[in-house]
Design a protein around this ligand. Structure first.
Ligand SMILES: CC(C)(COP(=O)(O)OP(=O)(O)OC[C@H]1O[C@@H](n2cnc3c(N)ncnc32)[C@H](O)[C@@H]1OP(=O)(O)O)[C@@H](O)C(=O)NCCC(=O)NCCS
Length: 194
């Protein structure tokens, strides 16, 4: 299933080394192979306990509609990128102009393929289509402040730290952790890419 948003994209996207494509329920097992690992899911919102629970979670149409998969040719699926278009906050009188103008991004990469710039390469391509094909005005992403790999990647991508909040995010360990939010405006992205 493809969402109205992903249907507006010319998928798959091709980068120098990768293919970024839409997901189907049949991809669940390939994604479970790395999302089942503690080192991956310890920072993620959900950590299903077994393959069956993960399949049900992955196949939710609302989730498939925002999930892109990262493929390394000859290897297969090595990661996933979330692209969720959403409304900006606005005052009531101008609400119609704030509908669907920005996207929240998220990501996870198989540890076997981390440390090679693949995640950066895939997310950079997704950001580019957010600002070109989708015509969005802003992208954002959040993470636990302790998730240094994630915020370092955001900084590699030119995203700007907008918030470092104190003990705002409850980890499933029971610890209230610091949170970070990053953003990038279309105008900032254009300045980066000239
Ligand atoms: C966040 C995550 C996707 C980052 O993956 P990553 O492999 O560190 O990121 P990249 O693929 O961009 O690789 C960057 C590293 O590769 C190195 N690298 C090698 N070749 C590179 C290239 N051609 N281009 C860019 N970087 C390259 C970089 O120097 C960098 O290494 P460093 O961190 O030691 O400086 C990964 O840690 C992950 O999946 N974590 C678990 C899930 C998670 O936390 N998701 C986010 C929740 S908010």
């Amino acid at each position: 299933m493809t969402s109205p948003v992903l249907e507006r994209l010319a998928l798959p996207l091709r980068t120098e080394r990768l293919i970024v494509r839409a997901s189907t329920a049949d991809d669940a097992d390939a994604v479970w192979r790395y999302r089942r690992l503690d080192e991956v899911n310890r920072w993620l919102t959900t950590a299903p306990q077994d393959a069956a629970a993960f399949r049900a979670h992955f196949a939710d149409p609302e989730r498939l509609a925002v999930t892109l998969l990262v493929e390394l040719p000859g290897t297969g699926v090595i990661g996933d990128v979330m692209l969720r278009v959403e409304d900006a906050w606005s005052q009531a009188e101008v609400r119609d102009r704030a509908v669907g103008v920005q996207a929240e991004l998220g990501w996870a990469m198989d540890p076997a393929h981390q440390g090679r710039g693949y995640a950066t390469e895939a997310v950079r391509a997704v950001i580019a289509v957010c600002f070109t094909e989708l015509g969005l005005r802003r992208v954002s992403a959040g993470c636990f402040a302790a998730n240094e790999a994630s915020w370092r990647m955001m900084e590699r991508l030119g995203m700007r730290r907008e918030e470092h909040s104190r003990e705002t995010a409850l980890h499933r360990s029971g610890e209230w952790m610091d949170g970070m939010n990053y953003g990038l405006l279309a105008s900032e992205w254009r300045a980066l890419t000239v």
